[in-house]
Design a protein around this ligand. Structure first.
Ligand SMILES: [Zn+2]
Length: 74
């Protein structure tokens, strides 16, 4: 029994791959994305409306962040 199987025909990597960010979309965050392109922490932010799905902060971010902190300070 002598089978010669070579797995060299994988094709060029990253040739036609759509670039999906694997990092958290929040500006300045370097964590890997977990849910909806956000890390766990920033996904909470997104759910609370602290950041848009692009990871941008709304103009009233400060106010919302205060409310968010209160909401989580149980
Ligand atoms: Zn993050």
């Amino acid at each position: 029994m002598s089978t010669k199987l070579k797995h060299q025909q994988q094709g060029p990597a990253s040739n036609n791959v759509v670039a999906m960010p694997s990092r958290c979309a929040c500006e300045g965050c370097k964590k890997p994305s977990d849910l909806m392109n956000f890390c766990g922490e920033h996904y909470e932010w997104f759910k609370f409306g602290l950041i848009t799905k692009e990871g941008k902060r709304p103009t009233d971010f400060d106010k919302k962040y205060q409310a968010f902190r209160k909401h989580h300070a149980a």
